[in-house]
Design a protein around this ligand. Structure first.
Ligand SMILES: Nc1ncnc2c1ncn2[C@@H]1O[C@H](COP(=O)(O)OP(=O)(O)OP(=O)(O)O)[C@@H](O)[C@H]1O
Ligand SMILES: [Mg+2]
Length: 496
């Protein structure tokens, strides 16, 4: 028994000895491999290698802006920069500048050309960005080193700059200069971008080119469109005078109404009309990042932030009874400084879901506009808009029949109606010239109860539609009363 015990203890001692020999060996091999880099930095820094390493991090979406900033900074007069890449084999974690200077516990590394990622820097443009680069700098501040580490796999996506060799205040001032150029050279300024959330909780921005919608193609009652434009566009046009008069430019516009009535269509028109502004589009999960996006929008002002289908996050109660995302959203809208020309456009087809939050956080939404189903005149205009060519063979009386029979449908329903009529003409080899039967058959088909699923998908109200349709008298639009579904209370004007 005790013999066994001693054997085991001896084996453990032997293992311990061998393990420590192995570690010494591994360390020597590592140090021998890494020595060139450590030697290089130490030689460059002269004796200044005991200054603190000062670092700063930015979100990964800033990598392209930082690259522009660092490139501009590198070529400033009086500065000499040698760029050195470090390659670390896959599977090893990143390295800090402190580690490199110290020369211990380093992953295996080789000096190489800087490893780059090509990142979008505008619609259809890209910029090669350093993923890991060591800059050996010499300028008025003396010799120092900057290590740039781009987003690494399995880490929170960020870009880190570390500076060694300078006293703290000077290192901070270098970081401040880089930060200033990052903000000034921001590639997202004046662009349309879609914000999304990365799996690690950061923001990703993608350049978008959205279809430009002309004013004449937005079929809404004049009073409604005027009101939207006054709030969204005119305030920016008078920005200087409003600011001089002590008025703020930040504003929130809520577009609400049934699916397929043109909320997104109106947003497209607005972002086209504000083409000098930075336009940031958010939907779904991305709405959770509204705080960070608002900071970005403010930096890039004038900005338009579009928050589509806000009811979806408003309804998510996974964090408890009161939905924090919605409150964050409303707080973000409030928190930005009064001078920034920021327009928030929110859309929803379920305004009542937002109501309680809007009552508890008043003043974020200045104007709520209902976008309702088209009345007779609007349906006529929509048929002309979407059927200009294909309905040319129809007489005015034919068209009126369709207008009359389509009471209660949405704009997107009419678009689909025309598409189906065109298909039926094509099936008959009538090269996209529709006849009245093409249209009425398609209408019968779409209106048929059997198509109820398609009908609700297209935003057509239920059986009650024509009976309960009411003309509200102010907009010339017909609103279909579906209590508790689309109707927001209070319906127009300022929400409390
Ligand atoms: N008022 C309108 N004037 C002209 N076209 C319209 C109008 N409303 C809808 N359309 C057409 O129907 C399509 C679908 O409408 P849109 O996506 O704007 O609906 P929505 O109100 O945003 O619906 P949802 O609530 O489902 O998001 C638009 O791309 C556009 O082509
Ligand atoms: Mg929409």
């Amino acid at each position: 028994m005790s013999g066994d015990h001693e054997d085991a203890a001896a084996a453990a001692r032997e293992f311990g000895h061998q393990f420590s020999e192995f570690m010494n060996w591994a360390h020597t091999v590592g140090a021998a491999d890494d020595a060139p880099l450590t030697r290089l930095i130490k030689a460059h820094l002269g004796g200044a290698d005991d200054e603190p390493v000062v670092s700063r991090r930015w979100g990964a979406f800033e990598q392209v802006n930082l690259q522009r900033a660092v490139e501009a900074w590198t070529v400033q007069p009086g500065r000499e920069v040698r760029v050195q890449g470090l390659s670390i084999p896959d599977g090893f974690s990143g390295v800090s500048l402190g580690q490199v200077i110290d020369g211990s516990h380093l992953p295996p590394m080789r000096l190489s050309a800087p490893d780059v990622t090509d990142l979008p820097s505008g619609p259809g443009e890209s910029l090669a960005c350093w993923n890991r680069a060591l800059l050996l700098v010499r300028d008025a501040a003396g010799p120092y080193a900057v290590l740039i580490s781009g987003p690494q796999p399995h880490e929170e996506a960020s870009v880190r700059f570390e500076i060694a060799g300078l006293p703290m205040a000077e290192a901070q001032s270098v970081l401040g200069d880089l930060e200033e150029s990052r903000a000034r050279l921001n590639v997202y300024r004046g662009q349309t971008v879609i914000a999304s959330m990365t799996p690690m909780g950061g923001i990703a921005l993608t350049f978008a080119t959205t279809e430009r919608v002309q004013r004449a193609d937005v079929i809404l009652p004049t009073a409604v469109l005027d009101r939207i434009e006054r709030h969204a566009i005119a305030i920016s046009a008078h920005a200087d005078r409003l600011t001089a008069a002590g008025q703020h430019l930040k504003r929130g516009l809520l577009l609400y109404g049934p699916p397929g009535t043109g909320k997104t269509h109106t947003v497209r028109y607005l972002i086209g009309a504000r083409d000098h502004a930075t336009r940031i589009l958010m939907q779904g999960e991305a709405l959770r990042a509204v705080g960070q996006i608002t900071t970005l929008a403010r930096e890039l002002a004038p900005s338009v932030v579009v928050l589509e289908d806000v009811d979806l996050v408003a309804e998510d109660r996974s964090y408890g009874e009161i939905n924090p995302v919605l409150f964050d959203l409303l707080d973000a809208m409030d928190g930005s400084a009064a001078d920034a020309d920021l327009l928030f456009v929110l859309t929803t087809n379920r305004a009542e879901v937002l109501e309680r939050a809007l009552i508890q956080r008043p003043g974020r939404i200045d104007v709520a506009v209902e976008i309702d189903r088209p009345d007779e005149g609007a349906r006529r205009k929509l048929l002309r808009l979407y059927g200009a060519e294909v309905l040319a063979a129809l007489s005015d009386e034919d068209l009126e029949q369709v207008v009359e029979r389509s009471d209660g449908v949405t704009a997107s329903f009419l678009k689909e109606l025309i598409r189906r009529a065109v298909l039926s003409a094509l099936n008959d080899d009538r090269v996209s010239r529709c006849t009245l039967p093409d249209l009425t058959d398609a209408l019968d088909d779409l209106l048929d109860q059997a198509q109820s699923v398609t009908r609700s998908l297209l935003g057509l109200s239920g059986d009650e539609s024509s009976d309960e349709a009411v003309d509200d008298g102010t907009t010339g639009y017909r609103s279909v009363a579906r209590p508790g579904v689309y109707r927001a209370r209070p319906r127009r004007g300022r929400l409390p």
